[in-house]
Design a protein around this ligand. Structure first.
Ligand code: KG4
Ligand code: ZN
Length: 361
C-alpha cells in the first residue's frame, strides 16, 4: 500500500502549525507564530494566542497545501493536537480539524502533543532521516528511547517504547516550564522577549559560577536513591530559581548598583541546564534508555546542547537533536504521528472528542 498522505494541525500554544507528510516523508511544515503579539506582555497571553490561531489558520493551511503540492481531497487522514496545551488555543485547531474532516469525509485523529514531539524521529527531512533509524517504520523504538522536551509550555522526560501504544512520562515540571523560567528571568533582567535567546546571548559574556542559584528538586528528600526513588526524582521545579534571581536583582537595586546582567544570566542558565541534563541522563541510565531525543524551543539553547552532548557521551547515550524547525511546535510532528497511526491500522478518533488541556501521555 502507498504511504498515507496526512495533514497535521498544531495550535496548542502560540504557533499555528500545519504540516503534511507522506508516510515518513516531510512534504510541508508551515508555521505562523503569534510570538510578536506577546512581546509587550513578556509571555504568551492565551486569549491573544487563540485569536491569532483563528486568523492564521486558513492562510497557514493554504500555504502548506501549496508547498506540498496536494489538495485536501487527496489526503488519507487529518490529525490534530488534542492536548495538552492552552484550552482556547487547542479548541481552535480541534474545531478547524473537525470542520475539515466533516467537509471532506476524511478520518480524523486526535493527537497527544508530547508524543507528537517525539514523532519527528520518524521523519525524513532534506533526504535524511531526522533520527537515523531511531524509530522503525511502525513507530517502535529500536532500543531504549527517551525524550527530553523543554519548551515555553512544558518540560518533560519521556520513555518511548512504541509511539502508538507505549509512551510513559518519567518526569515533568511541577511549576514553570524551562522556557517560561527563561522568559520570566529575562524580564527581571530587562532583556527582551522571548527570554531564551536573550539570556543565551547575554550569558556568553558572563561567569556561570558568579552566583550559585538553586537546582530545583535536587536534594535527597526529592531524589531518593535508585533503589528507593523519591517522589520527584525525575521532576523539575523552576519557580524557586526565578525567586532567587529576583532576590539578587532586588539586592543590587537596593544598593543602587549596576546589575551584573551577564553573570546573572550565565549563572541562571547554568542552574537550569545543569539540573535538566543531570536528571535526563539519570532517567535514561536508570531506565535503559540509550538514545535521548531533544525537543521543544529550549533545544536551541547553546549551553543545553553543549552539556547534554557532554553528559550523554560520558554515559554512552546517543543524543539526537532534530533540526530546530522540528523541535519547536509544528504541524509536521502531528502529521508524522497521524501517518504512523494510519499505517498501523489504528482506528481514527472520529469527531466526538474535545480538546483536553491536561491530556496525559
Ligand atoms: O517550543 P517553543 O517554540 O514554543 C512554546 O513553548 O510554545 O519554545 C519557546 C520557548 C520560549 O520560552 C523561549 O524563551 C525558549 O523556547 N527558547 C530558548 C532559546 N530559544 C528559545 N530558551 C533558551 N535558550 C534559547 N536559545
Ligand atoms: Zn511543544
Amino acid at each position: 500500500p502507498n504511504a498515507p498522505l496526512v495533514l497535521g494541525i498544531e495550535t496548542s500554544c502560540d504557533e499555528t502549525g500545519v504540516g503534511i507528510v507522506r508516510g515518513r516523508d516531510l512534504l510541508a511544515n508551515t508555521v505562523s507564530s503569534s510570538m510578536d503579539e506577546h512581546v509587550r506582555f513578556g509571555g504568551v497571553i492565551p486569549e491573544i494566542a487563540s485569536r491569532a490561531h483563528l486568523e492564521a489558520f486558513v492562510p497557514t493551511l493554504e500555504q502548506a497545501l501549496e508547498t506540498a503540492g496536494v489538495t485536501l481531497e487527496e489526503l488519507d487522514a487529518i490529525a490534530v493536537t488534542a492536548g495538552p496545551g492552552l484550552a482556547g488555543a487547542l479548541m481552535v485547531g480541534v474545531s478547524a480539524a473537525k470542520a475539515l474532516a466533516l467537509a471532506t469525509g476524511k478520518p480524523l485523529y486526535g493527537i497527544n502533543h508530547l508524543v507528537a514531539h517525539v514523532s519527528v524521529g520518524l521523519l525524513h527531512h532534506d533526504g535524511a532521516a531526522v533520527a537515523g533509524g531511531l524509530l522503525d517504520a511502525d513507530g517502535r523504538a529500536a532500543d531504549g528511547l527517551g525524550a527530553l522536551l523543554v519548551s515555553g509550555g512544558h518540560t518533560e522526560i519521556l520513555r518511548v517504547g512504541d509511539l502508538a501504544a507505549d509512551v510513559a512520562l518519567l518526569g515533568a515540571t511541577i511549576d514553570d516550564a524551562a522556557g517560561e523560567a527563561y522568559d520570566k528571568v529575562a524580564r527581571l533582567l530587562g532583556l527582551s522577549y522571548p527570554g531564551g535567546p536573550a539570556i543565551d546571548a547575554a550569558a556568553q559574556g558572563g561567569d556561570p559560577a558568579a552566583f550559585r542559584f538553586p537546582r530545583g528538586l535536587s536534594n535527597a528528600k526529592y531524589m531518593g536513591s535508585a533503589e528507593e526513588p523519591g517522589k520527584h526524582r525525575y521532576d523539575f521545579s523552576f519557580s524557586g530559581l526565578k525567586t532567587a534571581v529576583a532576590r539578587v536583582v532586588e539586592a543590587y537595586e537596593a544598593e543602587g548598583e549596576e546589575i551584573p546582567v551577564a553573570d546573572i544570566a550565565a549563572s541562571f542558565q547554568e542552574s537550569v541546564v545543569d539540573v535538566i541534563t543531570r536528571k535526563a541522563v539519570l532517567a535514561a541510565t536508570e531506565n535503559g534508555l540509550n538514545t535521548l531525543l531533544l525537543g521543544g524551543g529550549v533545544a536551541a539553547n547553546s549551553r543545553l546542547r553543549e552539556l547534554a552532548e557532554e553528559r550523554c557521551a560520558e554515559h554512552g547515550i546517543r543524543l539526537v537533536v532534530p533540526p530546530l524547525s522540528l523541535c519547536t511546535d509544528n504541524g509536521a510532528m502531528v502529521a508524522a504521528l497521524g501517518a504512523r497511526l494510519v499505517s498501523g491500522g489504528i482506528a481514527p478518533t472520529g469527531l466526538e472528542f474535545a480538546a483536553d488541556p491536561g491530556l496525559p501521555v
